[in-house]
Design a protein around this ligand. Structure first.
Ligand code: KIV
Length: 256
């Protein structure tokens, strides 16, 4: 499937499922689980590399993980999920040329077929339009944007009518700039519902309620591996406890 064809799922009413992966094992898991899209999210900075925010992860590290994710998929090109990779902090904020070079590096050297970037400031809109013209599909990301943590924090966004209107207008601009889908993170349900209704491109929620065209989750959160669970993404299983108990029993068996 091409990234632009996700719109067909929206039109057919089939929810779009996006799960993150960071290596070949997690990629295989989310493919077998049936994800439409595998996101190599810059959340790997926190979840996998142990940083306090998503800011430190580099383009080279994102590429390294995107390559591993590509190797973990089955290789059945028609059926396998689309790989979308996050452009990390400072890889697209310093001008269009640098952004094209950064996105191009991911596309050229891994199985990534689209990039995701955060925000809708005028500079970001220009970058997105340029990437799309250059043949690089782009997924937008509004609401809680972790790369702007020092400006907006990790709180729920767009709580008042003015900010909701601002996000609504930004979403329209992202669609006009050529984004094929939009992630909306930690915003009120009414806003995601309004955007879902009025935008042609799919609205993919995380902490944005059920009224979206699809959902995205950080896989390590869902399977209970992260130490600090976001309030809007509860674990399905106590993954850490399950693994620790299994390993503890094995260790005990080695010391009878
Ligand atoms: O980096 C990431 O995993 C993300 C998701 C939370 C959407 O951007």
């Amino acid at each position: 499937m091409l990234p632009a064809e996700l719109i067909n799922l929206k039109q057919s009413g089939k929810p779009i499922i996006i799960l993150t992966a960071w290596d070949s094992i997690s990629a295989g898991l989310v493919e077998e689980a049936g994800a439409d899209v595998v996101l190599v999210g810059d959340s790997l900075s926190m979840v996998v590399l142990g940083h306090a925010t998503t800011l430190p992860v580099t383009l080279e590290q994102m590429l390294h993980h995107a390559q591993a994710v590509g190797r973990g998929l089955s290789g059945l090109t028609n059926d396998q999920p689309i790989i979308v990779c996050d452009l990390p902090f400072l890889s697209y904020q310093c001008g269009e040329d640098k952004a094209v070079a950064a996105a191009g590096k991911l596309i050229k050297n891994s199985c990534t077929s689209a990039v995701k970037l955060e925000g809708a400031e005028p500079e970001v809109i220009s970058v997105i339009a340029r990437l799309v013209r250059m043949g690089i599909p782009v997924m937008g990301h509004l609401g809680l944007t972790p790369q702007s943590v020092h400006r907006f924090g990790y709180r729920r966004q767009a709580e008042d009518p003015q900010t909701q209107e601002k996000v609504y207008q930004q979403a329209l601009q992202l669609e006009d700039a050529g984004c094929f889908a939009l992630v909306l993170e930690h915003v009120p349900n009414e806003l995601s519902g309004k955007l879902r209704k009025n935008l042609k491109i799919p609205i993919i929620g995380i902490g944005a309620g059920e009224n979206c065209d699809g959902q995205v989750r950080v896989t390590a959160d869902l399977i209970g591996l992260t130490k600090k669970q976001p309030p809007f993404s509860p674990a399905l299983i106590p993954g850490r406890e399950i693994f620790i108990e299994a390993l503890q029993s094995w260790v005990k068996e080695q010391h009878p």
